[in-house]
Design a protein. Sequence first.
Length: 298
Amino acid sequence: MANELFPDVTHHAARLNGIQQHWVTAGDGPPVYLLHGFPETWFGWRKQIPVLAEHFTIVAPDLRGYGSTEKPVGGYDKRTMANDVIALMDHLGHERVALVGHDRGARVGTRFAKDHADRLDRLVVIDNIPTRIVAQTFDIAKARAGYWYFPFLGVLDLPEALITGREDIFLTHFFRTWSSNPQMLSEKEIEVYLTAYRQPGAVRGFCADYRAGGEDLAQDEKDAHIRIDRPVLSLWGEDFEGVGKAYDVAEVWRTMASDLRAVPLPQCGHLCQEERPDLVNQELLSFLASWRPAPNEP
């Protein structure tokens, strides 16, 4: 049942693509999958689920290594993580879906769009610069703008040693500094995330996600010439140093997608769906309004 923090969702788990996956569902209608980023879980979509569930079947998984999904040693390249989503779709009988991804979830969604275009109707990417572009532009200025933790988490073993037992210090830094309003998240909301990230293997899980950056880059460079041929909506926070203030986000995504709507969100940092749910929900409802499976699709 819904309460002060949690929307009214149903929790599920199954072994899919070789790992135990956890996801939540709500609503009825055309399937819309919500893919969270770091340092979040499915809980990051709590302000979207009740609104979108009035029109769509919402599926919000915990990605590999996060939340209540298994945290294996490997398999964090975005092709494998996109295949995790495909396995979940097959399990639920969804031939095609609309994907909404934030941060790391947007990277999974972008790889999904390249590898499985026939299973995708449209894609939303929230506050994300593609891996290939980050790699091409990374320098001291970009590190200072917010990308310092990419190479840090890529170091073997050291991040786990420094973060484990201090998850509150490490993660709260991001929750506070990544928001236009540093107090945007309550202590109770942050504690939900901290509880998830204190689980055995959770720190290793998100470190492994970032350590897969080399594999992700190789995948992205191989098909860099192929543009996403499905409708794409890019949303980003104007106030976030690492995206809106560091890149011409609309121009970046024009190089990625043939059919693009690009919308900056004012008074908003990186956690757009949490900080400006009014604007995010409005844009999602408009972009998703015409999404309908074909008559012969489940």
